[in-house]
Design a binder for this molecule. Structure first.
Ligand code: PRP
Ligand code: URA
Length: 207
């Protein structure tokens, strides 16, 4: 499987607290933001830099700034929304697109309801969704980006099931997946095991 598991101790510690069923929504949201900040450090590792001249109080020197492909952050609604602030703290100049998608509770197939993206040209996209379960939602969201011309896409999630990773790898082998946890399986309702439950409900306090 083509996936990067970010096993930094801080990430694993925070993920474990998120998994616990008694962790409240406020704590869950806070931890999601903190983990996204930590994972964002890894997912942005290959952003291109260019040198330019600056002046310190002592002398002129070469500084570095992010250049090349501009960054686009795209949360899959709803749950991906909980990861946006952290990415924007890391890269304040990033543009934000939105993909609206939910999983039909009976068929488990993704239902698309919204897509608004920034200018695609020469932009690197990071798609955000805490949960990669069957992979249906992320495969469809990646396809929505590609249909609009996006060529450089990474996918950042919190917890992934092997089935979802395999589907994304098969349908979009060019998309690198980053996760904090590669879990065991899916249950009969296609929830991730052991997982953390319904991410959207836990972030927004619904249900
Ligand atoms: C969840 C999650 C993913 C999707 C993953 O969203 O945030 O988008 O399910 O499942 P999949 O890999 O099997 O497609 P959900 O459909 O619950 O929508 P919500 O975020 O609006 O609650
Ligand atoms: N969506 C979630 O929020 N959690 C799961 O375990 C699977 C899909």
């Amino acid at each position: 499987m083509n996936i990067t598991v970010i096993d930094h101790p801080l990430v694993q510690h925070k993920l474990t607290i998120m998994r616990k069923k008694n962790t409240c929504s406020a704590e869950f949201r806070k931890l999601l933001k903190e983990i996204t900040l930590l994972m964002g450090y890894e997912v942005t590792r290959d952003l291109q830099l260019e040198e330019f001249e600056i002046e310190t109080p002592l002398e002129k020197t070469a500084g570095k700034r992010i250049t090349g492909k501009k960054l686009g952050i795209v949360p899959i609604l709803r749950a991906g929304f909980g990861m946006v602030d952290a990415m924007l703290e890391l890269v304040p100049s990033a543009r934000v697109g939105v993909v609206g998608m939910y999983r039909d509770p009976k068929t488990f197939k993704p239902v698309e309801y919204y897509c608004k993206l920034p200018d695609i040209h020469n932009r690197q996209f990071i798609l955000l969704d805490p949960m990669l379960a069957t992979g249906g939602s992320s495969v469809a969201a990646i396809q929505m980006l590609k249909d609009r011309g996006a060529k450089n896409i990474k996918f950042l999630c919190l917890v992934a099931a092997p089935q979802g990773v395999e589907l994304v790898n098969r349908e979009h082998p060019d998309v690198q997946i980053y996760t904090a946890g590669l879990d065991r399986d899916l249950d009969e309702n296609n929830y991730i095991l052991p997982g953390l439950g319904d991410a959207g409900d836990r972030i927004f306090g619904t249900k």
